[in-house]
Design a protein around this ligand. Sequence first.
Ligand code: NDP
Length: 334
Amino acid sequence: MGSTETTTKDKILIFGGTGYIGKYVVKASVSLGHKTYVYARPISEKTSLSKLQLHKEFQSLGVIIVQGELDEHEKLVTVIREVDVVISALAYPQVLDQFKIIDAIKVAGNIKRFLPSDFGCEEDRVRPLPPFDNFLEKKRRIRRAIEAAGIPYTFVSANCFGAYFVNFLLRPYDQPELILVYGSGEAKAVLNYEEDIAICTIKVANDPKTCNQVVIYRPQTNVISQLELISLWEQKTGRTFKRVHIAEEDLVKQAETLPHPENIPISILHCIFVKGETMSFRLNENDVDASKLYSDFQFSTIDQLLDIFLFDPPRPAIAAFEVLHIYFHFFLFE
Ligand code: NDP
């Protein structure tokens, strides 16, 4: 990108930019020619080597890293005044900390668009089991506060992070003999590749058509059931996997009895892969579907996503769900 273009484009500040989805969003922002800022917790002796490397990588891309805590109100206001657009990709436990960002945006008074850390199923239109619903309720509270403050916003429903859930469902790095199927395996879900989610997010953050809108990422090519995903993976790998089903009643029972926060991932699996909530509502004429909005942009298909796993598999980042996998193996086979 030429420097003239960079300077005329909106400046973007990203919170949670060193996180799982955040790093894709930061790279997408840079690649689309935006001057990009990341507000990150200060480097200390406890900072991991991988995070240090990521900071270096960002700096080499020209990203401006502002080190600070979310409690540092004056610092937040100062950095927000330097930019046009704010995107939050903060982790789930920090969702309510976004009130601090909202307060700073109100004081700064210059922000053209704020995207809070949504990035999942459309939280205003799904009603999952209580552990996941309580999780989503925090995100809904943030949405309502943004609307009440009159901050221009876009709420992004990116649906499932594709590589994240392919890693979880198919476990390609493990070379398993069997694959767990949640419920019947027939409910449809939307899986989008993280790089596409990130590019689309930068596009919607700068698009006048998406101001004060919910944007849903639902490309037709990326709607798939667990059973179809397994069959496609079998075709690609030339292998055959035993399918072991976990009954819906068992998932519901576990969601009711496991302690918090272990009850959340199980409720997410139930919502997405048993109830099919990412596809459970129709898009009406007021809904914005990112895959229709940008004719110049093609989402990678699930077929292409699996090709990426065949040749250069993205690393799993599924700590919260990992506990569940161990749990289910124990539950089924011990
Ligand atoms: P991560 O867990 O990777 O964390 C993101 C960043 O949050 C971290 O890199 C860190 O940034 C910051 N952070 C973490 N702890 C703290 C803290 N104590 N104080 C301040 N900042 C902190 O986030 P994800 O990418 O997993 O999640 C981002 C969003 O995506 C969430 O809304 C989540 O619900 C959603 N999501 C959606 C999925 C889907 O399939 N649709 C799957 C997973 C998540 P730094 O160190 O730079 O300060």
